[in-house]
Write a new protein. Structure first.
Length: 118
């Protein structure tokens, strides 16, 4: 018995192939997932980017402004060095950096000309 080419059944199309004029549901699902993923990563990026500002919020006004400027510079120039500098500056209070320098300079002024550093 011979088979004719018209007797052969074609394989069914996969589920993601739509017929003419039908709505492509897989495309719509992937588009929504892509938009959701991009918004999620954007929110995560800006949350991490604002970390130094949140850390410096309890510190002095000057230190908060310096940290904010470094954070903006890191956003505009896409330079991580500014962000790391802002993070370090927010982690260490400015008084712990400036006060020892003032004490050393004050000791130098009080020191007599003939004394040595001991």
């Amino acid at each position: 018995m011979e088979f004719l080419s018209s007797d052969i059944q074609p394989d069914p199309a996969p589920f993601f192939v739509t017929g003419p004029g039908a709505t492509d549901l897989l495309f719509i699902a992937v588009a929504f997932a892509l938009v959701a993923i991009l918004l999620g990563f954007g929110a995560l990026y800006f949350t991490i980017q604002a970390l130094p500002d949140r850390m410096a919020s309890g510190l002095g006004k000057t230190q908060l402004q310096i940290v904010g400027i470094l954070g903006l510079l890191s956003l505009f120039f896409m330079n991580n060095a500014f962000w790391i500098a802002a993070l370090l500056l927010a982690a260490i209070p400015l008084s712990k950096i400036v006060v020892p320098v003032h004490i050393r300079s004050f000791r130098r002024r009080l020191k007599k000309p003939g004394q040595s550093d001991a």
